[in-house]
Write a protein that binds this ligand. Structure first.
Ligand code: NAD
Ligand code: UFG
Length: 345
């Protein structure tokens, strides 16, 4: 039986596309809105090849409330929203703070404004472990202190969490689940969808796979003098399909009135801290492909180490990261090879 209609903003993006696949496979009907500022329409073909279903798609900007109003009229009965639409490059946000505050916050405010009147029962919001800044203690739990944001991008996530909490405290007739992602990596095992960054990648895995295939000469490892066992930074790399599955659970929880509080917050990570050098090793061992790399100076603003305590999500959502890091690296590599086959890069 077909389940409810879910609106996925930013649904042709990296995490959004993987989530649309999981939603459709769980029986939900999906309508995507995306302005294609950081994704490509061909992602819909990938989703259709995996699921056999082409999701409804509106090309539009969530900062325009009239576009959203029209969407709710054209696609009646939306019961849940997953809000991925945002600008997400930390460095760019330092250069263009107004763009970041406007895009990320206007999008959220418009959705919150319309949800009540449109009868939407819940919203899932993409937050980030950046809200913890440089933690005093690892792993971090949802109760760990929120540190002052080090970028306008990080600040939009903190402010967004506060806006949602305030709106619901003021009596809004819907629920929210804030998901704090650690470092999403990898691609769908079919290699039909994956991460497709514009230009030179800022993030580790796309830079690594582009180096492995020869697009980039060598990977720079930003620092080996941190207070970590091998001196390189530590993160919690979470498989994107595992991450996507948590969104389906979160939507289901709100739509079936299982939330234990009007606003719930969950860390989505594996619980394992992995260093940059360990990650390169894992990739090389998993794929048999060497990654030329060199140690360079630290990158300004980098956190030394952060990883999740995912116990709360494990116990309350019944969700657990399952993919091994080696399988995740193989999926990232298969996706990079697929892009080459298709002549994308
Ligand atoms: P992404 O850039 O691949 O996807 C975001 C999508 O939103 C893109 O398709 C883009 O075109 C669209 N978009 C942006 N502004 C829009 C607007 N105003 N109207 C309509 N569409 C718009 O990014 P992603 O990695 O999939 O991230 C999804 C969400 O998760 C973002 O909110 C991001 O901040 C958050 N997040 C990502 C990471 C990460 O490392 N990838 C970590 C923590 C949190
Ligand atoms: N790194 C390198 N070389 C590179 C790129 C990255 O050594 O070419 C290192 C970084 O120094 C860091 C680690 O790899 O130690 C991971 O870096 P990423 O840029 O991939 O990820 P970040 O942890 O810096 O930040 C990412 C997203 C943020 C998000 C955060 C938490 O970019 O938007 O994860 O979810 F908020």
């Amino acid at each position: 039986m077909k389940k409810e209609r879910i609106l996925v903003t930013g649904g042709t993006g990296y995490i959004g596309s993987h989530t649309v696949v999981e939603l459709q496979q769980a029986g939900y009907s999906v309508v995507i809105i995306d302005n294609l500022s950081n994704s490509n329409i061909s992602v819909l073909d990938g989703i259709e090849r995996i699921t056999g279903i082409r999701p409804d798609f509106v090309e539009g900007d969530c900062t325009d409330i009239d576009t959203l109003r029209k969407l709710f009229t054209d696609y009646p009965g939306i019961k849940g929203i997953i809000n991925f639409a945002a600008s997400k490059a930390v460095g760019e946000s330092m250069q263009k703070p107004i763009l970041y505050y406007r895009n990320n916050l206007d999008t959220l405010l418009n959705l919150l404004d319309l949800m009540g009147p449109e009868g939407v029962k819940g919203i899932v919001f993409s937050s980030s472990c950046t809200v913890y800044g440089e933690p005093d203690v690892n792993p971090v739990t949802e109760k760990s202190p929120i540190k002052k944001a080090t970028s306008p991008y990080g600040n939009t996530k903190q402010i967004s969490e506060e806006i949602i909490t305030d709106v619901i405290a003021a009596g809004a007739p819907f629920k929210a689940i804030l998901l704090r992602y650690f470092n999403p990596v990898g691609a769908h095992p079919s290699a039909e969808i994956g991460e497709l960054p514009n230009g030179v990648p800022q993030n580790l895995i796309p830079y690594l796979t582009q180096t492995a295939i020869g697009i980039r000469k060598e990977l720079s490892v930003f620092g080996n003098d941190y207070d970590t066992p091998d001196g390189s930074c530590i993160r919690d790399y979470i498989n994107v399909v595992d991450l996507a599955k948590a969104h389906v659970i979160a939507v289901e929880r709100m739509l079936t009135d299982k939330s234990e509080a009007p606003v719930e917050i969950f860390n989505l990570g594996t619980g394992n801290g992995v260093s940059v050098l360990e990650l390169i090793n894992t990739f090389e061992e998993a794929t048999g492909v060497k990654v030329p790399h060199k140690i360079v100076g630290r990158r300004a603003g980098d956190i030394e180490k952060v990883w999740a305590d995912p116990t709360y999500a494990n116990e309350v959502l019944g969700w657990k990261a399952e993919a091994s890091l080696a399988d995740t690296m193989r999926s990232a590599w298969a996706w990079q090879q697929r892009l080459r086959e298709r002549g994308v890069m």
